[in-house]
Design a protein around this ligand. Structure first.
Ligand code: MG
Ligand code: ZN
Length: 357
């Protein structure tokens, strides 16, 4: 009997070790370039000397961005689709077309024991980041969204919009009420804060364009955020938004698009370096929709300077590309609805077999 028991025990330990290695849940980083369609990426790539960090990704897909009630989505409906996995009406955050509030991937990750973080180069209560923690009928309910962030499961955030927490119709000062958090006003203070929950307000209102000296740069914010998210042994979910590529599109201002793209592209580079050091991480880079109907009609081949024109001051219905690398990345190939971004991230979170890469 003795000669059988030892191999069985060794076998058991081996299987147990294998199982627990497989059960270590992956980090998830979702980066959204608001309004960043294929023309924005192409223009940004040429403007960067015919190269971009997007070229590092082994898996590329396309997502359909239409909302429940319009071929041309807004950032609330498309943010909700990716964050919560449901189509909804334009302008609605975190609530589906049947008026049911839906849990977001950030909230699902939190339930699974993850640490969570959000970064935006807009205010942190803007539609895209709000889709990950808020449930409101209108994206313009900034004070309600701020209240919901103060009561959310978000552990770390970096973004503008402090005034929605401090200058309120209900006379509450949410920052005073956020006793679990350390709220700071510079990246240096964010780095130095020793708290399990930290919020950095980069601006009182909407942050300035990067061309006008916005601080911090997005890659620096991502760097500091990754430092905080990896202080615990727990896996993390992080959403990073390059918010103002969209605003350049709305302004039909190609220089605005290019400078914001360059800021976002550098941040992608920082995230890629993290995935290379931490292979149990899924990195997805995409957009919520295209903005402006940008067409590249010419330019200078010697300097790779693109020239372009826009067909609208609003968004367009073009599909937008999805780039993935790391754990579960292969499932992001193909053409699918924007709601599938949520489904695929959830499958990676739950480590379903078909999501294994
Ligand atoms: Mg946005
Ligand atoms: Zn927009």
């Amino acid at each position: 009997m003795y000669c059988i028991r030892i191999p069985l025990r060794v076998l058991f330990l081996f299987v147990f070790a294998l199982a627990s290695a497989q059960q270590s849940p992956p980090n998830i980083i979702l980066m959204i370039g608001d309004g960043t369609g294929l023309s924005q990426i192409t223009a940004g790539m040429y403007d960067n000397g015919n190269t971009s960090n997007y070229e590092e990704f082994p898996t590329i897909g396309l997502q359909k961005t239409h909302s429940d009630n319009a071929l041309v989505t807004d950032s609330a409906a498309s943010g909700t689709a990716m964050a919560c996995g449901v189509k909804t009406l334009n302008g609605v955050v975190g609530i589906d077309a049947n008026n049911m509030a839906q849990p977001s991937i950030l909230e699902r990750c939190d339930e699974a024991g993850y640490t969570t973080g959000l970064i935006a180069t807009s205010s942190i209560v803007h539609a895209t980041p709000a889709s990950f923690y808020a449930k409101v009928i209108s994206r313009k309910q900034y004070q309600d969204i701020a209240l919901q962030l103060s009561e959310s499961q978000v552990d770390y955030f970096i973004g503008g919009g402090k005034k929605h927490f401090t200058k309120r119709k209900d006379d509450r000062n949410l920052i005073d009420e956020m006793t679990d958090w350390t709220i700071v006003s510079s990246l240096r203070k964010f780095n130095n804060a020793d708290s399990p929950r930290i919020g950095l307000f980069t601006h009182d209102d909407e942050p300035a364009p990067i061309a006008q000296g916005r601080k911090p740069k997005l890659n620096e914010a991502v760097d500091s955020m990754l430092d905080k998210l990896t202080t615990s042994e727990r896996p993390f979910f992080l959403m990073v938004e390059g918010s103002q590529i969209d605003w350049g599109g709305h302004a039909n201002d190609l220089d605005y698009v290019l400078t914001e793209f360059a800021d976002f592209n550098k941040a992608i580079g920082r995230a890629i370096a993290f995935v290379k050091e931490n292979p149990n991480t899924l990195l997805v880079v995409t957009a919520d929709h295209e903005t402006g109907g940008l067409g590249l009609s010419g330019g200078n081949i010697k300097t790779f300077t693109p020239r372009g024109g826009f067909v609208t001051l609003g968004h367009t219905a073009s599909m937008v590309p999805v780039f993935a690398m790391g754990k579960g990345a292969a499932s992001f190939a193909g053409i699918y609805e924007n709601t599938a971004i949520f489904d695929k991230m959830l499958a990676v979170l739950q480590q379903e077999e078909n999501s294994d890469n």
